[in-house]
Design a protein around this ligand. Structure first.
Ligand code: SAH
Length: 358
């Protein structure tokens, strides 16, 4: 039975660049349907019917970086900045536990005020009070901080490499320290420290080619990631990329579109090449395509949803892109409506931490 399962999955997980490119580009609805059915089948056989909920808390929108795509970049002077207090974060953690979520995700801009010792204390207090799995997504931090947080009990770290095209990456993501480690090196450090490691890319970045997107998918396989987040790039007017996309865009035949259709293709392909990874149906996808988009994500490879638990007064300020599809979610509302939707899809809400199945 197990041998059978592996043979079945093997057939897809060894997809090569040409095959991936042809799935990304096909205009044949029947071909695409075959891709989506294969992804849903592999998802069911590899990770089952459980949909894991991760409560997302955006703890600070202060950021020292100047990423060309991101609305909370340091130079955006039109944004009111906030930093949640320790008590507010602990209350959100409690809310996640009470709602039955297995994981709490703490995300922020790259905020130097979130010091190594402060975050370590926060993580150990959350673990002590709630026992939840804790995922951190606080940007590029030094090895010492990452090690300290792991020792304090952090289970997972999310750091998207955004694109595997190094020239494009350099253009949209100016380095904080040109001598410092890049995101691939940091992913290696996180792995060595014993974190479950998550990464991912944006889909349809101006300047992103089909070839480079195929390489992104191959990079996921090579990195053997535990979690992979892929969502459409959404333009923010207060960013260089949002203001002047024309300067970055490729010729139409080469440029990846930033739409829901392309996101489903990538989700499905990622499921095929990384059968056991945890894959969220992302908020960026729901922002483009509403609940239907989130459901289709779950039907085309995804097995995770990350409901937003940031206090409502801060939520609109964590504006990495405009009109985020979470502005009125609350833990209980989420738990009930999401559970109905998930059951309707023939799935069930996952219990426990929902770590990667190996
Ligand atoms: N400071 C952290 C968290 C950033 S927000 C970090 O850099 O890792 C998390 C993710 O949101 C980013 O990794 C990026 O992939 C995505 N993101 C940022 N701006 C976006 C935009 N305009 N459209 C879509 N996704 C975006």
């Amino acid at each position: 039975m197990m041998a059978d399962l592996y043979r079945g999955l093997e057939r897809f997980s060894s997809l090569d660049r040409e095959a991936i490119l042809s799935w990304l580009r096909t205009a044949e609805p029947a071909e695409l349907e075959r891709l989506f059915v294969a992804a849903d089948t592999v998802r069911r056989r590899a990770v089952g019917d459980e949909v894991h909920l991760r409560g997302l808390v955006e703890i600070s929108n202060h950021c020292r970086r100047r990423c060309a795509y991101c609305g909370i970049r340091a130079p955006n002077r039109f944004l009111r900045r906030y930093r949640m207090t320790r008590e507010e974060i602990l209350a959100a953690a409690e809310e996640a536990r009470a709602a039955g979520f297995g994981t709490l995700v703490l995300q922020s801009g790259e905020d130097p005020e979130l010091t190594g010792p402060y975050v370590a204390g926060l993580v150990s207090e959350i673990k002590r009070r709630t026992g939840l799995a804790v995922t951190l997504s606080l940007g590029e931090r030094g090895r010492d901080d990452l090690a300290r947080w792991r020792e304090a009990g952090a289970d997972r770290y999310l750091l998207r490499f955004e694109t595997s095209d190094t020239a494009l990456y350099r253009r949209i993501h100016p380095a904080a320290d040109p001598e410092g480690p890049d995101r691939f090196a940091l992913l290696g450090t996180l792995r060595a420290l014993g974190y479950e490691v998550g990464s991912g890319v944006m889909i349809g970045i101006p300047g992103q080619s089909y070839q480079s997107l195929a390489d992104d998918i191959l990079a996921f396989r090579k990195l053997d990631l535990d979690m992979i987040g892929v969502g459409p790039y959404l333009p923010h007017p207060q960013t260089p990329l949002g203001r002047k996309p024309g300067r970055f865009l490729l010729a139409e035949a080469e440029q990846v579109p930033n739409d829901a259709d392309m996101t489903y293709r990538v989700l499905a392909l990622v499921r095929l090449v990384c059968p056991f990874a945890n894959l969220p149906s992302t908020t960026a996808l729901a922002t483009l395509a509403n609940e239907e988009g989130r459901d289709l994500g779950l039907l085309r490879g995804a097995n995770v949803v990350m409901p937003n638990l940031t206090p409502e007064r801060y939520r609109s300020l964590y504006e990495i892109y405009p009109n985020k599809a979470c502005l009125h979610e609350t833990a209980e509302f989420l738990r009930d409506t999401l559970e109905n939707r998930v059951n309707f899809l023939g799935r069930k809400i996952g219990t426990g931490p929902g770590s990667r199945k190996k």
